[in-house]
Design a binder for this molecule. Structure first.
Ligand code: ARG
Length: 474
């Protein structure tokens, strides 16, 4: 039981209490961030004349040694420590003696953990942006190859109008693009450093908070020390962004599951991304898509959990806030796994273009265009809608499609029909005439693809990976 306090206690902590209170089993994930923050802190303490140069050098060397040994597997973070902060400090003192005891000067675990978590989340914002970028690249590739791959578009899961595979993929491109923009927005807002806020009221030492903020790659220091140690808004925003990513992945998964069904057969998921059944030898199941859809719930759960934790706690730090970690770590792992697996599944998935095109030709997906044809001949749209409606009824009874009717049959419903109707309601015309920006027509899609390509090129990823990875060198 190694802890950083105890002077004012007359009894040893009950073992159950110790275990309930301890966070080392999960906050050991923050060890790099903890060391990075501590190095910045002591470098600043020396600059401010609070530590000597020798003390600073010894501490930095000690901390770097701990980091290297943990990374090399030579030093194991064990549960005998209360939390990661105790582990690092105890090991430092063991390594360098007296000077190690000065590490915590002008600092509290409250601002320390606030910093560690912020550094960790900031790195993950970048890493998840990179995963999303890979997904956008896969989508763009499919779009470029499928500008004239016709397929039915649906509303109410009923065939509505024809579209293209490129157009359908482009819808998801937009969603994941917004997800990236959301993450970048969060990054900007969260990128202020809480270090130096102490327990909640700052300290009496002449700390240079702007300096530590800049050492750690922040825009600047946070402006209220009480808020600094009590703020987990950025965790909430981040989990909300992750929830939205999962919601998008889940909708996409649902479509793939439908498209992959025996009834649709629009796609075939690669064998490497499918699973079998223990009893039914013929089965090839879309388990990856189902798992992504299923795991969405646990990421929403993380968001609800932290929202609920934060809603009732008075200022400033309260131990409730330790609950921010496990759910956030789990949500991060889940989202990263889902993005990688989903991307792999999508990139290797076979689209059955012919099946999609045949499906697009059935189900009266050209009914709107047939009505528009009559409008072009001077019939008011409302009347045209009625005429085509009765034509559809006629086709259903005869089990045929509008474009398969003879001109005589068409004229019997409306004398306005001419021979040019067949061209007007052909699948190709229906799609290619839709040329407003954002519509599936080839020219319109090409314009969007150009914009999308630029977007991918300009995605902002913090190239200064020293800060992103917690590997600051001083
Ligand atoms: N393990 C704690 C957490 O995750 C660290 C901060 C502890 N601060 C304190 N005053 N007990 O929030």
């Amino acid at each position: 039981m190694a802890q950083l306090w105890g002077g004012r206690f007359t009894k040893k902590t009950d073992k159950l209490v110790y275990d309930f209170n301890a966070s080392i089993t999960f906050d050991k994930r923050l060890f790099k961030q903890d060391i990075e923050g501590s190095i910045a802190h002591v470098v600043m303490l020396e600059k401010q004349g609070i530590l000597t140069c020798e003390e600073k050098d010894a501490i930095v060397k000690g901390l770097t040694g701990i980091r290297n040994d943990v990374e090399a597997g030579k030093l194991i973070i064990t549960e005998e420590y209360e939390d990661i902060h105790s582990f690092v400090e105890a090991n430092l003192i063991e390594r360098i003696g007296e000077a190690g005891k000065k590490l915590h000067t002008g600092r509290s675990r409250n601002d320390q953990v606030a910093l560690d978590m912020k550094l960790y989340v900031r790195t993950e914002v970048i890493q998840i942006t990179e995963h999303l970028k890979s997904l956008l690249e896969t989508l763009l590739d499919i779009m470029e190859k499928n500008l004239t791959t016709y397929m039915p578009g649906f509303t109410h899961l009923q065939k509505a109008q024809p579209t293209t595979l490129a157009h359908h993929m482009s819808a998801y491109f937009e969603m994941f693009k917004r997800d990236i923009l959301r993450l970048q927005d969060i990054y900007q807002r969260m990128n202020y450093c809480p270090l130096g806020s102490g327990a909640f009221a700052g300290t009496t030492y002449p700390l240079d908070r702007a300096y530590t903020a800049s050492l750690l790659g922040f825009e600047g220091p946070t402006l209220n020390s009480m808020d600094s140690v009590a703020d987990r808004d950025y965790v909430i925003e981040f989990l909300a962004a992750l929830s939205t990513i999962m919601m998008h992945l889940s909708r996409f998964s649902e479509e793939i599951i439908i498209w992959n069904s025996n009834e649709y057969r629009f796609v075939e998921i690669d064998d490497a991304f499918s699973t079998g059944s223990s009893i039914m030898p013929q089965k090839k199941n879309p388990d990856i898509a189902e798992l992504v859809r299923g795991k969405t719930g646990r990421v929403y759960g993380a968001l609800m959990s932290i929202l609920t934790t934060m809603k009732g706690i008075p200022l400033a730090y309260n131990k409730d806030m330790q609950e921010d970690k496990e759910v956030t770590f789990d949500a991060i792992d889940t989202v990263k796994n889902c993005l990688v697996l989903f991307n792999g599944m999508l990139a290797s998935m076979k689209f059955r273009n012919q099946v999609m095109e045949v499906s697009a030709m059935k189900g009266f997906t050209n009914a709107t265009d047939a009505a528009d044809y009559l409008v072009s001949k001077g019939v008011p749209f409302r009347d045209a809608h009625g005429i085509i409606g009765s034509l559809v009824l006629y086709c259903i009874e005869k089990d045929t499609s509008i474009d398969a009717l003879s001109l005589d049959e068409l004229k019997a419903v409306s004398p306005v029909f001419e021979a040019d109707v067949y061209e007007a309601v052909s699948l190709k015309t229906c799609v290619e005439k839709r040329l407003t920006i954002g519509a599936p027509g080839k020219k319109a899609m090409e314009e969007v693809i150009c914009i999308d390509r630029e977007f991918i090129k300009n995605i902002w990823i913090n190239e200064d990976s020293s800060h992103a990875s917690g590997d600051v060198q001083f």
